[in-house]
Design a protein around this ligand. Structure first.
Ligand code: R5P
Length: 291
């Protein structure tokens, strides 16, 4: 029972000091609830404001992708360098150690494989995302595809979950085989995700006009790496994306298919969090690889 008498008198009211409420915000999160903000700040680094997300959800569509044959051997040792991991619930439960402190962006939709076109996506149950302590749920959104309406409806449903349970929604823009990865398309896709309630958006980088894509999207953009490039080119891509306003990368193949994934993820981290120039980051990659 609390004591009513004999307590030390409360007197440190600092009446001359303005109240410090809130703190920094992730772009577009100013008006969101505390739980959403807290989860976003598990994903985004509080010092740089950026995030290095390690994506290894490719198997849900591609099967045993090169570099992901044995996630226990290839990915688990990299997790400590990432701010967030992005994977399916199947791999999370079967392979990822629950002792890992890294937040999880849970791949939250499924429906197609590389053997078919983009398909009729369905969502994972929100109860499972809660059980798995997801820091974000990540549905795929296929703007311009035959299944556009279904995937936008899925995203809107996820945004309802965000509002109800405080778990941010990462809108994952998919590009179909016939869609151009240019600023016009990416600007449309990312904006549609944000307008429909995505808390942040994953998309692709384009050389021409990416600043406009970022400016037109009221929530943070993180950039996927795409197909494997030579390490120096992947670091340049990350640098150009961050310099153009992306708040991080959600990178998979250019890390886990690298000659030296552990060196590569650290070099990408230096670009994302310290703004290291690509040439210097490539030197870092080579130094770390030589050890
Ligand atoms: C794509 O839908 C997958 O979800 C990947 O997470 C994403 O493409 C990022 O991986 P990568 O850098 O290999 O493109």
């Amino acid at each position: 029972m609390a004591d009513a008498e004999g307590n030390i008198e409360a007197k440190n009211y600092a009446v001359d000091v303005a109240a410090k409420n809130g703190g920094p915000n992730v772009k577009g999160a100013e008006n969101l609830d505390w739980g959403v903000k807290a989860r976003l700040w598990r994903i985004f680094d509080t010092a740089s404001g950026n995030t290095l997300m390690l994506a290894f959800d490719h198997g849900y569509i591609m099967g045993p992708t090169s570099g992901l044959e044995r996630i226990d051997l290839s990915i688990v040792p990299l997790i400590k360098y990432a701010d967030c991991i992005m994977c399916t619930r199947g791999v999370l439960r079967s392979v990822i150690p629950p002792s890992c402190k890294t937040p999880v962006a849970l791949r939250f939709s499924a429906g197609s494989t590389i053997l078919t076109e983009l398909n009729d996506e369905t969502l994972v149950g929100i109860e499972d995302a809660i059980k798995l302590d997801a820091a974000a749920i990540a549905p795929m959104v296929a703007i311009g595809s035959e299944f556009e309406a279904k995937t936008i409806a899925n995203l809107a449903r996820c945004a309802d979950f965000t509002a109800k349970y405080g778990i941010p929604t990462l809108g994952v823009t998919a590009v179909g085989k016939n869609l151009a990865r240019d600023a016009r398309y990416l600007g449309l896709a990312t904006r549609v995700c944000a307008e429909n309630g995505a808390t942040f958006v994953k998309t692709y980088y384009c050389d021409e006009g990416f600043e406009r894509v970022v400016a037109g999207c009221p929530v943070p953009i993180v950039v996927a790496g795409g197909k494997k490039l030579p390490e120096n080119e992947a670091l340049e891509l990350a640098y150009k994306a961050i310099s153009s306003g992306a708040r991080g990368v959600d990178m998979g193949r250019n890390i886990f298919q690298s000659e030296n994934p552990e060196a590569m993820i650290q070099a990408v981290g230096a670009v994302v969090h310290r703004g290291m120039k690509p040439a210097e980051a490539f030197e870092l990659y080579r130094d770390l690889s030589a050890r």
